[in-house]
Design a protein around this ligand. Structure first.
Ligand code: NI
Length: 164
């Protein structure tokens, strides 16, 4: 396993749509392991492939490891099947935009489907911070960062305060 360098916004690869993954081969398994190691080392609770420069639809997350035992998740080709009408605004940081916290409005609950590292199809309803984290990481696979999820005035202020 290896800790990979994390791209910082405005690296162009953070604004591109990632490609679906076909076969989960040794390369993808290695990538997932490296991404988890990179996320824990950062330290962070989520990391998407474009953040380490690979334009593939995979992200890792572990929302609770800072407070308890690690529970790593690897989500391949994730999609949102359903989201609640209830929207909540919460603070989000991003390993690719260090030092910036943005208040982002998102559905409070989502049902997401994905393929895990063993190739099994998974469907889970994610509440609370898990929903927020998963939506943030899924955004990365579509070339979106927190700056793209806030109103223009707020974006301008956040960008002004950010130094890569
Ligand atoms: Ni991020």
């Amino acid at each position: 396993m290896a800790v990979l360098p994390i791209l910082r916004w405005p690296a162009p690869r953070l604004s591109q749509v990632c490609e679906k993954i076909g076969t989960i081969d040794a390369e993808i398994t290695r990538l997932a392991e490296d991404m988890l190691e990179t996320m824990y080392a950062a330290p962070g609770r989520g990391l998407a492939a474009p953040q380490v420069g690979l334009l593939r639809r995979i992200f890792v997350m572990d929302i609770g490891w800072k407070d308890g035992a690690p529970a790593p998740m690897v989500l391949i080709n994730p999609e949102i099947q359903w989201h609640s009408d209830n929207v909540e605004t919460g603070d989000e940081g991003c390993l690719s935009i260090p030092g910036v916290t943005a208040g982002v409005a998102r559905p409070a609950e989502v049902r997401m489907c994905w393929t895990d590292l063993s190739g099994k199809a998974v469907i889970e309803t994610l509440p609370g911070f898990a929903a927020r984290c998963a939506q943030h990481e899924l955004d990365h696979l579509d070339g979106l960062v927190t700056f793209d999820r806030v109103p223009p005035e707020q974006r301008a202020a956040l960008e002004a305060a950010y130094s890569p």
